[in-house]
Design a protein. Structure first.
Length: 245
């Protein structure tokens, strides 16, 4: 019988993690890798997790690869503390693993913002993979790699993406520094195109091409902040190049 492991990274997620853990109670193994939370996250996690690990955070890939080495399941599902696996998706996952046709599966994540799910602002992300050969690369917006072809499940993950406007902007700022550092290490140079064209295109892609305009004011807000995130990335790269961080 196929065995499923779930891996959840955490840091100060006491408000969200319990529901995430409950939603994957069907798994054979639940592994939580915590970045030394200072709230009640460890206390909550230990009620549900098979393994509770702690590791000083350096980047997202290393954190998840560390936990991956501790997994014993044939398949691994990666979940964040603000995500939930609803019953419909649980049923689809279990049925898929009875006779998998691919080495990995993407899940659909509609973003949750301003008290609603934004169905026109969603991402298909590889999260369910065969454990053998699976690994992450990249510092931020890390990429999960797996052996074999990749399919997609139909049911959606409940992703309570942003804990408010300030939290969303703070995340963008944090990600922008990681991305700038990656570009700096590669010797990337900032141009006016990076500062003007790329943020503009990100807004057009999000708001018009992907259809976020159908999600009303929340869709507009998300699109504007995403464009700002791109702009911020290259401003930070410029600061790194000038030694001004």
């Amino acid at each position: 019988m196929v065995k499923l492991s779930v891996i959840i990274p955490t840091f100060n997620e006491e408000a969200f993690v319990e529901e995430a853990l409950k939603s994957v109670s069907f798994a054979d193994e639940i592994i939580v890798v915590d970045s030394f939370s200072t709230d009640k996250t460890p206390e909550i996690v230990k009620k549900y997790a098979t393994k509770f690990l702690q590791r000083t955070f350096d980047n997202f890939s290393n954190q998840k690869n560390f936990a991956l080495k501790e997994a014993s399941g044939d398949w691994v599902l990666f979940l964040d503390a603000d995500e939930r696996i609803p019953q419909k998706l649980k049923t689809e996952i279990l049925k898929t693993l009875e006779n998998p046709k691919h080495g990995g599966y993407k899940l659909n994540f509609p973003h949750y913002f301003m008290d609603r799910f934004l169905y026109h602002h969603s991402d298909d992300v590889l999260r369910l993979v065969i454990r053998d050969g699976a690994h992450f690369t990249g510092l931020v917006h890390e990429k999960l790699n797996c052996k074999g072809s990749i399919g997609k499940l139909k049911s959606m993950v409940e992703h309570y993406t942003y804990k408010g406007l300030q939290n969303y902007i703070s995340k963008k700022e944090s990600y922008a520094w990681f991305q700038a550092e990656q570009l700096f290490a590669k010797g990337k140079k900032v141009t006016w195109g990076h500062l003007l064209i790329k943020p503009t295109f990100r807004f057009i892609k999000s708001y018009i091409i992907r259809g976020s305009y159908k999600d009303g004011v929340p869709g507009l807000t998300i699109s504007v902040i995403n464009a700002y995130g791109v702009f911020s990335r290259y401003v930070k790269l410029m600061l790194l190049q000038k030694g001004m961080r």
